[in-house]
Every structure is written in C-alpha cells, then in structure tokens.
Design a protein around this ligand. Structure first.
Ligand SMILES: Cc1ncc(COP(=O)(O)O)c(C=O)c1O
Length: 418
C-alpha cells in the first residue's frame, strides 16, 4: 500500500499580503508550506510551470523570466539526476517580489498564510519597491519573531554552558540548563516520544543519521547484512550508509519508483528478508512529495527483525508525527526546516536501542567517569551529546515548536493540502 501524494501544486507559495488584508486568495500564503522543493517529475514540473504562469503574472511586479525559474527550486539532492532532473544552485523565484496593491484578497476570512505572514520579519522587507516572495521552505524555513526573540533573550540574558559550570552566575547557568532540557521535553512531546531521554540533540538531521550509522550501524551490522533504502532518499540518508557498508561489507538495496513516480512499496516488501537489518525511508519526500506508509513499513521490517530509521525532515514541520503510533526505531529532523534556528536537529531513538549503543563522538558531557586509560559513558541522551551543544539554538527550536503547536499541526496540514 502506498500513501497519498500530497497536493504540491498548490504549495507553491507566493507571499504577498499584509496583516491588514482580511480575505484570502488561494495563491497568497505566508506560512512556510509543505514541499516546495518540488523536483517531482517532468510531468509535475510542467504542471507547476503552467500553474505559476497562471498565478504569478497576475501580480504586476512579478517577473516570470522563463519556465526555467520553476525548475530551479533548489535541492541538494542529486538522487534524481538520473531521472533527468537538472540541478540548479538557487531558486530565482525566491528572490522575486510581488506588488502589494494587487495582492489584497477580496473574499472570505483571512487564510493561515495571511494571518501568519506578519510573524516572519524577513518577509517585511521590500525589494525594488515590492514585497519579498519566499518559496524555498523545504530547503530551509524562515523564522518567526518569537524564535528570533528567544535566541536574542538567551544570548543577552542567560548565555551559559549547560550541565556544568558552578560559578557566580549560578542562576544564569541553571536557567540555560533548564531551558535546554525544557526544549528537549518539547521535542519529545511534539513527536510523542515516551520520554525526553529518547531525544538526542544533534547539529542537524544529517548528523543524526550519521550518529545512527556509526554508533548503531558499526556495532550491529556485518558482512552481507542488508540495508533497504528508496532511491528518493536525501543524500544525507544515503551516503552515511554507503560509508558504513564499505566498512563492514553490508549491502545496500534500493527500492525504485513505481509507475506513479513514488517509491514502490510492493518492491520494498519483496526486498525484505532475514538479511535485512535496517530500512531507511523518508516520511515525506523532498523530491517527490510522496508520503510513505511508515507505520506499515515499520511492521513489515519488524516482522523480519529489521530496524527502521525515518527521515522526517519534511513531515515534522507540516503534520502531526507520532513516533509511538508509527512504531519506528529511529527518526530524525532538522530545526531549521521547522521555523527554528540552524545548527540544531534531533534524533529520536527508542530508549532500549539508544541505551545499547556506544558513543558516536568522545568528549565532555558524554562521560560518566574518565580514567587515563579508559572512560565510562553517560546514559542517553548525554552519551551522544559530546561537547558544548547548540544551547541557544535548541532553546530556539523549543520556541519554534511552541509556535507550530500554537497554530496546530492538524491546522497546518489541512491548510497545506487543500
Ligand atoms: C528529506 C530531507 N532529509 C534530510 C535533509 C538534510 O537536512 P540537514 O541538511 O538539515 O541535515 C534534507 C534537507 O534538505 C531533506 O529535505
């Protein structure tokens, strides 16, 4: 069974109106929308170009230079080069602007896009006398004021290291630790993890995947063990497994696309066997807009004794993600794609798995005791957080989660797919 393909055509976001506008036009949205990184298929791109040709010229100052603009929505994934997609370094539409005067919506109540647009200061600037359009949310989202203020407040008022440093700023130190751990609890509750100890802060999703590859992978995989992935995975979910496979002699097996140009779930089922030790899949694809049936995949994988790692970079910011009901073993995401700061992401891992895993990086924070010839290690999550973490950024991620939760993930999802 294959999950639905999200309606990405309507997700091309043109940010136009101001808070003062009272009614929507469907093509004007300020909120970071799902899956604007839409190298989906040639057919899709043609549809997209047509759609943009219809919508964008209605805005007088919008310069639709050529269809190639639409194709240039940036992606760092080249998995699709072999399907004929060209790679572009930037999205020229992103920097385009629209004229506010024509963007006044005329009917109905304000859309989520209209009500949230004022929250994003970067969208308030004018370029060549017109308002900024930002379309590249799948690559990184813009940050609402509440996140920017949280970062500023951390650095201005209570910047301190965490879990250590008994000094005269004791209260400041305690506040940084409290807020950092509160952010971890917010992440846990946002994805319905059992406990905050199942959340490891990393630099980004890429580092989270590498953590699993080097820690869990190196100690659990051996020659001829198999890892199943889809051809639609992001580089960050392919390359770490290539590196691991080269080290231990494991084999990567790829699920191709079916006739609907989404990963073929029948093929995935066929590939599963007792040799399979890990299945690595995206939840929502940054290139195809497909939504994979992660709960089914986890059940199929568990039936043959394999673990499942889900790349949730493009789902966590846009829909309710519940690790309990999905029953996945590992899940990763990046803060900067969910209205939070760069420099921080997270790994969710079932606690029994995390507890059984050796450290990834060595250093301060991750140890229990250090002797000259050996060390003992802290329990998760500290075991995997060597060195000083991105404290302010993690706290900022907590503020982003508050922001998204305040709107409601179901509201966001409904808005983005209709
Ligand atoms: C689906 C998906 N996975 C992983 C990543 C990697 O995220 P990061 O660069 O924040 O580690 C991205 C980034 O575009 C992505 O879209």
């Amino acid at each position: 069974m294959t999950g639905p393909v999200l309606a990405t055509l309507v997700t091309v976001t043109v940010c136009v109106p101001d808070a003062k506008t009272t009614s929507p036009t469907r093509y004007c949205n300020g909120f970071p929308r799902i899956l604007t990184q839409v190298h989906r298929s040639l057919k899709f791109r043609i549809q997209l170009i047509r759609k943009m040709e219809v919508l964008l010229p209605k805005l007088p100052s919008f310069k639709f230079s050529s269809p190639i603009c639409c194709c240039s929505i940036s992606t760092r994934s080249s998995s699709y080069v072999k399907f004929g997609f060209r790679r572009f370094s930037s999205l020229s539409v992103c920097a385009s602007t629209v004229n506010e005067a024509v963007a006044e919506p005329s009917l109905g109540s304000p859309s989520l896009g209209h009500t949230t647009r004022p929250h994003f200061p970067i969208l308030h600037q004018e370029v060549n006398g017109s308002k900024l359009v930002y379309l590249d949310n799948a690559a990184t989202s813009q940050k609402p004021t509440v996140v920017l203020k949280t970062l500023q407040s951390y650095y201005e008022a209570y910047n301190s290291n965490v879990h250590r440093g008994i000094h005269f700023l004791r209260q400041v130190y305690a506040k940084a630790t409290d807020q950092y751990e509160a952010a971890r609890r917010k992440v846990a509750s946002f994805i319905n993890a059992s406990d905050s100890s199942e959340i490891v802060f990393t630099r980004n999703a890429t580092e989270a995947i590498n953590l699993v590859a080097y820690s869990w992978g190196l100690s659990n995989l051996k020659r001829d063990d198999e890892i199943i992935l889809t051809v639609a995975e992001h580089h960050s979910a392919i390359v770490p497994w290539q590196l691991l496979a080269q080290k231990v002699g494991a084999v990567l097996k790829f699920v191709n696309l079916n006739q609907y140009e989404i990963p073929d779930m029948d093929k995935l089922k066929e590939l599963l066997s007792r040799k399979t030790k890990l299945v690595v899949v995206h939840h929502v694809s940054n290139v195809l807009a497909s939504v994979l049936p992660v709960r089914d995949i986890a059940n199929w994988a568990h039936d043959v004794g394999a673990k499942v790692l889900v790349d949730a970079c493009q789902s966590v910011p846009h829909m309710t993600v519940d690790v309990h009901s999905l029953n996945v073993d590992f899940l990763v995401a990046s803060s900067h794609k969910m209205c939070g700061p760069t420099g921080v992401g997270f790994l969710y891992g079932k606690i029994d798995l995390l507890s059984s895993m050796p450290p990834f990086l060595g250093g301060g924070e991750m140890i229990s005791d250090v002797f000259l010839d050996h060390s003992t290690y802290a329990e998760p999550p500290s075991r995997f957080e060597a060195g000083t973490p991105a404290i302010g950024e993690a706290i900022g991620l907590g503020a982003a989660i508050d922001y998204l939760s305040g709107i409601g993930m179901q509201t966001i999802h409904d808005y983005e797919v209709t």
